[in-house]
Design a protein around this ligand. Structure first.
Ligand code: 13P
Length: 247
């Protein structure tokens, strides 16, 4: 399976920053055997598409609705029109700060997939869940409730333990690999043999210096990268590690 490395810039970007990133990216050797995607804030989607046409383009969120009186929302159709092939849904920051439920995440994932885009559905446990030994159950339930009639060929699941996001504390390769195995088993229950088409990627303090160890794990098909994706060279190094891991 080709490695997939997705940059989630979160609410960080400017026209100048897109240009700096693109200039540096184009100065680095082209990578093979890895798919790279950038998810900038929505106002910068077109700028990223124009500056880096060979890069996959994705959104950080999407509306579950098709069209109409939904002030501030952006539909999957609009994203497709702008050249997006990907949309992150159910990121823990959306679940925490915007009260997104598993049900609304499932509706968003379906809206994305029904238009032929790839939903990147995020799941992950809080530290308290892990401390209490409930992490497998919490993530399995979240996964099942966040997916509804999504074509497995389009689907990407991102395992992002909340305690590892932006903290500098990454899950160890063993912890991540073990949870990816739990997610794979859940996907198999839902999709049967077709579940093998789903890519399961890891997010949470992925950096150039820990990416190789994570990508060496059997169950880890790529990464969803926050802070370390803001700078072209560090994102390139992570993508390079995925390309080496996939060979
Ligand atoms: P960091 O890589 O900054 O920990 O963020 C992870 C994340 O939330 C990616 O979606």
């Amino acid at each position: 399976m080709t490695g997939l490395v997705i940059a989630n810039w979160k609410m960080n970007a400017s026209s100048a920053a897109v240009k700096v990133f693109a200039d540096k990216w184009h100065g680095m050797p082209a990578l093979t055997g890895v798919e790279t995607v950038i998810c900038p804030p929505a106002p910068y989607l077109s700028a990223v598409a124009a500056a880096m046409p060979a890069m996959g383009l994705g959104a950080q969120d999407v509306s579950a609705h098709g069209v109409g009186a939904f002030t501030g929302e952006v539909s999957a159709e609009m994203l497709r029109d702008l050249g997006c092939q990907w949309a992150i849904v159910g990121h823990s920051e959306r679940r925490t700060y915007h009260g997104e439920s598993n049900q609304s995440v499932a509706a968003k994932a379906s809206a994305v997939a029904s238009l032929g885009l790839n939903p990147v559905v995020c799941v992950g446990e809080a530290l308290a869940d892990r401390d209490q030994g409930n992490h497998e159950q919490v993530v399995s339930e979240q996964l099942r409730a966040s997916l509804d009639a999504v074509d497995p060929e389009k689907l990407v699941v991102a395992y992002e333990p909340i305690w590892a996001i932006g903290t500098g504390v990454t899950a160890s390769a063993d912890q991540a690999n073990q949870m990816h195995g739990v997610i794979r088993a859940g996907l198999h229950d839902m999709y049967g043999r077709e579940s093998s088409q789903v890519r399961v990627i890891y997010g949470g303090s992925v950096k150039a210096d820990n990416a190789g160890e994570l990508f060496a794990c059997d169950e880890i098909d790529g990464a969803l990268v926050g802070g370390a994706s803001l700078e072209a060279e560090s994102f390139w190094k992570i993508a390079q590690a995925a390309s080496a891991g996939s060979q």
